[in-house]
Design a protein around this ligand. Sequence first.
Ligand code: NAP
Length: 324
Amino acid sequence: MAYAIVAERPGGSEVLRRIEIDPPDPGDGQVLVRQTAIGVNFIDIYIRSGSYPWPVEKDLTLGCEGAGIVEAVGPGVQGFQVGERVAYTVPNGAYATHRNVPSSMLLHLPDSVSDEQASASMLKGLTAHYLLNDSYPVQCGDTVLFHAAAGGVGLLAGQWLAARGAHAIGTAGSPEKCALAQRNGYAETIDYRREDFVSRVRELTDGEGVQAVYDSVGKDTLKGSLECLKTFGTLVSFGQSSGAPDDFRISDLARGSLRLQRPTLFHYAASRNWLEQASKDLFSAISDGTLTINVSVTMPLQEAKQAHEDLAGRRTTGSTVLIP
Ligand SMILES: NC(=O)c1ccc[n+]([C@@H]2O[C@H](COP(=O)([O-])OP(=O)(O)OC[C@H]3O[C@@H](n4cnc5c(N)ncnc54)[C@H](OP(=O)(O)O)[C@@H]3O)[C@@H](O)[C@H]2O)c1
């Protein structure tokens, strides 16, 4: 039986419900994927709750990354055949047994990457890729701060930072999360629910500060993140899990001639060249062991509501994967 998990309108996790669907016929340039694994991301919560723009009037299928098997190809599609293993990250539509994906956003999966690994890392891993290569290109020997280090993006970033020879400081919300982050590349961790992370970063860097801060927590951390930067440092504000920062002023950057970026993966992924190169790097890093994909929870797709509550409630580490 084909089904999807949809939200009728913006709201709490209770708006998520299951509906039966017919697998859609692929349109021009589309590929119908029978999904085997679907990643859960914090962006799904922003969209469901209405803190990001609501893209349709009703029955929005959430979910932005997944993997599966090509079931049919639409007119004009080249390079994909029925039966091939594929993965993708696109805005919305993933919480379903079957879905159409534009072929321009689809990637072939190598044998060395499982469907579960791909579904847990297409959005999160490609995000870590652009953060460390484009937003602030990390060099060997740099010291950087990464918030929510034990989360989905955080654990991947830590491993990639260590592989690059950076000195990564990570924040996380419990001693257990800090220990996990340390096992995933962070040289130092700070439990920011118990310690003032700004003074701890100053202490760890002999008062100098860090070259870059990657901040996806937003409201609770953004001001402090600016204080952790050394002169000419870069703040990459790429999320707001604690809420939107409401008291930021451009003049806050003047304290150290600081740079600020507010990036979005889908702007990078819109370039097919970038998508292919970054995915190739991601799949190679998984295959050669540079990156371990921490899937901490797999649960049936119909339990998406529980997955949302656990992620929003800070009860997860690494990635959560839904199985149709
Ligand atoms: N801009 C982009 O292109 C892009 C792409 C992907 C992801 N993101 C952002 O990156 C972040 C990480 O995404 P993810 O899916 O991997 O999620 P995640 O990091 O696994 O989960 C979010 C984490 O944020 C921390 N957090 C701090 N304050 C929180 C609060 N008040 N409520 C809930 N969580 C809080 C929690 O970790 P602790 O308990 O350790 O604090 C929580 O586990 C999200 O903000 C997401 O929107 C942005």
